[in-house]
Design a protein around this ligand. Structure first.
Ligand code: FAD
Length: 317
């Protein structure tokens, strides 16, 4: 079922959902199930599964290093299919521009449709770890808006090289990313919002935001988006801070601000368990305020560990 239909069915009640990262190659899917199992009691209507960019690895041969390109994590679509059938929930693969030609994207979309996947997140994708700036793949898309256009065209039965009329056309519900504190490459929040509007005008049905720790940022973002004519649901993404290192890592990787009050609470802690608890309490408070604001979904970034998400959800759902 589409995310937008889940929201209609919820009739104004806030839903719980979360995102998982496929574990690194060599691990077993059971590890993923062990993290999903404790969250199923909160009835997530959908679960997002991220996709990681390919990476370079260096293999030593007689003192010289060969560079090989590889994917460090197993394929998102297979994981989506496994979770969908095990838990009977909708799963949402993250589909990237980076690393894929348009033809490869089309194959992926056809496979998604075949497996009964009704939703996907259309994203440009992170840069590869050695790159400073995003470099589009030859024959691929430059921006998420172009990927949205490709999915929208497929929804209308228009494939890349032919128009094929099929009885059972895909009808993907398309999610895109939004940035309450603006995307790092964008010259201003206003111009980033204009780009978000482009994605919505191209066919995106809903937005999921980057993590934020100050609800005011989300509220202002939604207000500005509405003023600009973006009317689709804007789902807040919430990440509980979990370790001391997040004080540096989260601003560095996600280009977000951490509130001084949170930094102060973390710095008071003596143990890692206390820090994890501070993160949980902050996220509970954030979630309660967002519930009052009437958000459609509280969407949590689990980053592969679910104990803290369970502690938060137990207080709210
Ligand atoms: P875009 O919407 O294409 O925007 C990228 C930048 O280009 C922005 O600064 C935008 O303002 C600008 N821009 C857009 N269109 C144009 C144009 N026509 N001309 C000039 N500038 C333009 N990354 C992953 O690798 N895997 C994941 O699974 C993943 N999941 C994510 C989930 C969520 C909810 C979020 C918020 C992010 C996720 N990301 C993921 C990160 C995302 O891929 C990066 O933030 C990426 O740098 C931007 O992706 P985007 O889809 O927002 O790009």
């Amino acid at each position: 079922m589409k995310v937008t239909d889940h929201l209609k069915q919820a009739n104004g009640k806030t839903l719980f959902s979360f995102e998982i990262i496929p574990p690194k190659k060599g691990k077993n899917i059971q590890e993923l199930y062990n993290n999903i199992d404790p969250l199923i009691e909160f009835n997530p209507p959908f679960i997002d599964v991220t996709t990681s960019r390919e990476e370079y690895i260096y293999i030593e041969k007689k003192g010289l290093f060969d560079r090989k390109i590889t994917r460090m994590r197993p394929g998102t679509l297979g994981i989506c299919a496994a979770i969908k059938h095990k838990y009977e929930v909708d799963t949402i693969p993250h589909v990237l521009c980076g690393g894929f030609t348009k033809e490869e994207t089309e194959y992926l979309l056809v496979d998604c449709h075949y497996l009964g996947i009704d939703n996907l997140m259309a994203l440009r994708g992170d840069t590869m770890s050695h790159q400073k700036y995003f470099e589009p793949t030859k024959g691929g898309h430059n921006y998420a808006s172009e990927l949205v256009q490709q999915v929208d065209a497929l929804n209308k039965g228009s494939y890349l090289h032919d128009v094929i009329e099929v009885d059972n056309k895909p009808d993907f519900c398309i999610g895109v990313a939004g940035y309450p504190e603006k995307h790092i490459e964008s010259p201003s929040l206003h111009s980033d919002l204009l780009r978000l509007k482009q994605k919505v005008d191209a066919g995106a049905d809903y937005v999921v935001t980057q993590m934020f720790f100050d609800n005011q940022r989300y509220i202002e973002f939604v207000t500005k988006a509405r003023e600009m004519g973006i009317t689709v649901p804007i789902i807040p993404g919430i990440k509980p801070l979990a370790i001391q290192k997040h004080l540096q890592l989260l601003p560095q990787v996600f280009k977000i601000d951490l509130p001084q009050a949170l930094i102060k609470e973390v710095n008071k802690c003596d143990t890692s368990a206390q820090i994890r608890q501070v993160g949980v309490e902050w996220a509970i408070q954030q979630s309660k305020e967002l519930l009052d604001f009437g958000v459609p979904v509280l969407h949590y970034y689990s980053m592969g560990k679910s104990d803290n998400i369970k502690a938060i959800a137990s207080e709210l759902f």
